[in-house]
Design a protein around this ligand. Sequence first.
Ligand code: FES
Length: 68
Amino acid sequence: MVDRCVCYEKKFSDMKAVIDKYGLKSIEELRKYMIFGENCKICIPYIQLIFETGKTSFDVINFNISNE
Ligand code: FES
């Protein structure tokens, strides 16, 4: 289960609370309120899913991220 940005110890549920409180629409807007996702960046596609689904925990997803 994926439920946080591990690198910055930020729970998705805490992110969702900020998203809802301020009516945020994007990761860029959320960055104004907290620091996350600037190290390995594995959490970024999941955080995008918070905006799209409202969920705060996810099964591990293969996003097919390519390094090419
Ligand atoms: S888990 Fe979020 S930057 Fe690494």
